[in-house]
Design a protein around this ligand. Structure first.
Ligand code: MEV
Length: 438
């Protein structure tokens, strides 16, 4: 079948849905019913969501849960999390509760610098370009004034502007490397607008620069864009307590537990295969809060993983040690987040999530997000180094399997009782459902 279509974006929403239903489903009526089942009854609210992106046909639900009892820098937070994976919220809540009676989490924002670059080609002598840049730098910055005015009032703006020579790696390639402070906004639009203005001014100034020959006057701006790599926008999250205080029901020998835990972190520090999964567990927490608060999880993911490879080998984001009988577990991660702008005032649930967090500043949100990531990592490592991950996971997964098979209340009761004492596997649950239905 040829599923190509011309002018799809020009079709009405109904027409788009009809086209999809006819083209891809043997039962188009059923497909249309499913698509429309997820529309909101409130037409205005639906329109708001339709307009977030293009070619919208429906809404895609993800659950939003709450992990309560996060004690961070002496203040309690209930953390909203949006995620599809079972047991992530439960694990975060469990870690939060555990550490709330052991001093809570400490979090510190170490710096908040964002980065953007104008990538351009200059077919001339580097020394001439350097002299030109030094002369024109104030003009470049002044030309962004109408864009930076409001940000400056909030204490932000352009922090620095450098010319970087990259010609040893790529012929004629230079950058304007700019650093920014964007306060409570993530700053993507602000940074990109500044960069495009810098690029325009750079090009114009070069055209009028008397010392340049004709070729040099023609700077080629390849692109102007922020970098999602923000190694100077770092937050640190930490927990620590005397080793003996780690004791609880499932941790009978806290010294042995702490040593094994530190060992597990060391493995993730030196072994990339493990580091990726270890960090994935951290991102279970990070992404869920980033999504709930309407932030750009792709930007965060890209930046965090680049940071995890900053020393040339992909490595653990978190670290752990036992020193003088004190267990400490911490991580530092880059997080470019906003609590104003973007979806934050548009999406009703994002607004609610931010309200649940007490309308935090971007820096406070960085702390909450990093702590949730660390809590998630703690929960995963605790399970992995004690009972194994499947015990908790499969208990949660049991529910998904029961839903998939549309188990009745009676079936659920019998099955839940059986698996209190038996290991949950997909096959064993299905077998039991089939047995009950015989
Ligand atoms: C699963 O989503 C995350 C874990 O694999 C993380 C880890 O292994 O540390 C449990």
């Amino acid at each position: 079948m040829n599923n190509a279509v011309a002018g799809f974006s020009k079709l009405s929403k109904e027409e788009k849905i009809n086209w999809i239903a006819q083209e891809y489903f043997s039962n188009p009526t059923e497909a249309i019913t499913t698509i429309k089942q997820y529309w909101n009854n409130d037409a205005q609210l639906q329109q708001l969501h339709d307009e977030f992106i293009e070619n919208t046909i429906t809404n895609f639900y993800l659950p939003m849960g709450i992990a309560p009892n996060f004690l961070i820098n002496g203040k309690y937070y209930s953390v909203p999390m949006v995620i599809e994976e079972s047991s992530v919220v439960a694990a975060a809540a469990k870690s939060a509760k555990f550490w709330s009676t052991r001093g809570g989490f400490k979090a510190t924002v170490l710096n908040t610098e964002k980065i953007g670059q104008v990538h351009f080609l200059f077919p001339g002598e580097t020394a001439k370009l350097k002299a030109f840049f030094n002369a024109v730098k104030p003009t470049l910055i002044d030309s962004t004034e109408s864009i930076t005015k409001n940000m400056q009032k909030r204490g932000g703006g352009i922090l620095g502007l450098e010319l970087r020579d990259k010609t040893s790696e790529l012929d004629n390639y230079y950058q304007l490397h700019a650093t920014f402070e964007t306060k409570d906004s993530m700053g993507a639009n602000f940074i990109n607008s500044c960069l495009e203005q810098l690029a325009k001014t750079l090009k114009e100034a070069a055209q009028n620069h008397a010392d340049f020959n004709e070729a040099e006057k023609n700077i080629t701006v390849v692109m102007s864009i922020l970098s999602n790599y923000v190694p100077n926008c770092i937050v640190r999250a930490e927990v620590s307590c005397p080793v003996e205080e780690l004791a609880e029901k499932k941790i009978e020998n806290p010294q042995e537990f702490a040593e094994k835990f530190v060992q597990a972190v060391r493995i993730a520090e030196i072994e990339p295969f493990r580091a990726v999964t270890h960090n994935k567990g951290i991102m279970n927490g990070v992404d869920a809060v980033v999504l709930a608060t309407g932030n750009d999880f792709r930007a965060v993911e890209a930046g965090v993983h680049a940071y995890a490879s900053r020393n040339g080998q992909y490595s653990s984001l978190s670290h752990a040690q036992i020193e003088n009988g004190i267990f400490t577990f911490w991580m530092e991660i880059p997080l470019a987040l906003g609590t104003v702008g973007g979806l934050t005032s548009l999406h009703p649930l994002v607004k609610m999530a931010l309200e649940i967090l007490g309308k935090p500043s971007a820096q406070e949100l960085m702390q909450v997000v990093a702590v949730t990531g660390l809590a998630q990592n703690f929960a995963a490592l605790r399970s992995l180094t004690t009972t194994g991950i499947q015990e908790g996971h499969m208990k949660m997964h049991l529910n998904n399997i029961l839903n998939q098979y549309q188990a009745t209340a009676e079936e659920r009761k019998v099955i839940a009782k059986h698996f209190e004492k038996n290991t949950v596997t997909h096959a064993s649950v299905v077998e039991m459902i089939e047995h009950l239905r015989k």
